[in-house]
Design a binder for this molecule. Sequence first.
Ligand code: AMP
Length: 282
Amino acid sequence: MILFKHSKDLENYLDKQRQTLTSIGFVPTMGALHSGHLSLINKCKSLSQLTVCSIFVNPTQFNNQDDFEKYPKTMDEDVLLLEENGCDVLFMPDEIEIYPNAASREKHYDLGYLETILEGKFRPGHFQGVCLVVEKLLKAVNPDRLFIGQKDFQQCMVIRRLIELMHEKIEVVICPILREENGLAMSSRNRRLSASQKESAAELHRQLVWIRDQLTPYHFQNLKKEAMGRLKEAGFKVEYLELAKSGSLDLINEFENDGNLIILVAAFMGDVRLIDNLLISE
Ligand code: AMP
């Protein structure tokens, strides 16, 4: 695996590779890697001739300074894991490389409705920060395919919108959520949970499954009330628990039989904010 710190060096290297390779795949991450990230690397390897991963804890997407400062950093472990899993290229820039001056943080992206709901509503500025960094990374890597996780479902939609705004033709491959044995969605932030919090946190997925299984005969708002009660008992402070159309993320109040739906949740366990979701197919 080759490690790059500077965009220019990475661009030069990839330009040379492109003379002989036709498919470059890219997996952007914020590090503290777990099996969920590695499943993206493996999917990328199966569809690409060259797999590029990036690790950058992006300050502009944190709406909470404490969350940024406490974000787990395990660089040495990450490099080993990527090497073991056959990643070809790792891009690990410093903050100054991505944001050399104040102007480099100032662009605004028209994300419309997507920015007004769920993560957009509860984390003001978050998706603007995501777009800032992802645009810079996509320009540096110029991949044929981008591999991202359903775990961040709304972010997947934002990134599709960004690619549209950039007038790029990059195929977006959305990979399934990897979970711990107890159902808890894998997340770098899980490292900040105690063993007993990790057990309690599994309730998040359990309640999504419970709602999905009950949905047809019941009104969503009643199910939501019951599920919120159980999440509170498990120690969660819930920010949102919503049912939406998975194509548009239009929030709805009741089960509708005319399309694919998704249930999305964000909740705090202690001071750790967790998100999860579950797709409901027709
Ligand atoms: P992050 O490092 O949290 O920014 O995540 C990097 C990428 O890994 C994003 O596309 C995430 O959606 C994806 N990802 C995070 N957690 C999981 C998981 N449990 N299963 C699959 N992909 C994940």
